[in-house]
Design a protein around this ligand. Structure first.
Ligand SMILES: [Fe+2]
Length: 161
């Protein structure tokens, strides 16, 4: 069902309604955590036709004493994953800072950098702040975006002596 408004609903004086999805107070988002690592979709904050937004915010990590809080290696065969890293120390990655963007097209295997998995054991919190968009159609980089690509990105998983 589609319902179309004649005017934008926020174009009023004294608006006290819910602004979602036009604005989302990510700092106030309270994510779910569990005994063991939960899949990224547990961090879903918005979904639309053909896409899903996940918000990774500072949180307590997995609480089981033998849990491995670091995300596991995976290959998302049904979607492209683009992540904007905003703040904090990312459990699974090194060399990723605020403003960095990663794009893992559907089917590309990716996961924690060497050592990150082991280093995450025993951690109790993460201070990462990042937003991921999964798309169910391929993302096609613009010519400008293509110039920003790090040609050696795939080498970041290689352990160097
Ligand atoms: Fe991923």
């Amino acid at each position: 069902m589609r319902y179309t408004l004649d005017t934008p609903p926020m174009d009023v004086v004294g608006w006290e309604g819910f602004v979602y999805p036009w604005a989302f107070a990510i700092e106030k988002y309270q994510p779910k955590t569990g005994l063991v690592h939960l899949p990224p979709t547990i961090h879903s904050t918005f979904a639309g036709k053909g896409f899903l937004i996940c918000s990774f915010v500072p949180r307590v990590t997995d609480t089981h004493p033998n849990a491995i809080p670091c995300p596991y290696p995976h290959s998302s065969v049904d979607c492209d994953e683009i992540i904007l890293y905003l703040r904090g120390d990312f459990t699974s990655r090194r060399g990723v800072g605020p403003g960095a963007i990663s794009l893992h097209p559907a089917g590309i295997a990716h996961g924690p950098h060497p050592g990150a998995y082991e280093a995450s054991i025993g951690s109790v919190r993460t201070d990462e702040l990042a937003v991921m968009c999964d798309t169910y159609e391929p993302l096609i980089p613009t010519a400008q975006a293509a110039t920003l690509e790090r040609a050696d990105y795939h080498d970041s998983w290689i352990t160097r002596p």
